[in-house]
Write a protein of this length. Structure first.
Length: 92
């Protein structure tokens, strides 16, 4: 019985690893929640997508009152960008 349970658990684990990788849209949605579960303001996301089309989003983080930082890969290089809550680019 233990072998059957172990085999089933292994099968579930392997199956979950075979899931398709996140696309840019999916990774953005996935990383929109901050550590405190506050959503990223939509103007930040829109400004980021306009400045870095096709970038792969790694994570979003709040860096202060009304300042949001995104870490991403663009043209093969890892980079960061900061935006105000209104979507104004604040630099790297």
């Amino acid at each position: 019985m233990k072998k059957i349970i172990l085999a089933a658990a292994l099968l579930v684990t392997i199956s979950s690893l075979q899931a398709s990788p996140l696309t840019n849209a999916a990774s953005t949605s996935f990383s929109q929640a901050l550590r405190n579960n506050a959503p990223i303001p939509q103007p930040c996301i829109d400004a980021y997508h306009a400045m870095f089309p096709g970038a792969t989003t790694l994570k979003w983080a709040r860096k202060g009152e009304g300042v949001y930082q995104v870490t991403f890969i663009f043209n093969g290089s890892k980079s960061t960008a900061r935006y105000s809550a209104a979507g104004v680019y604040l630099g790297k």
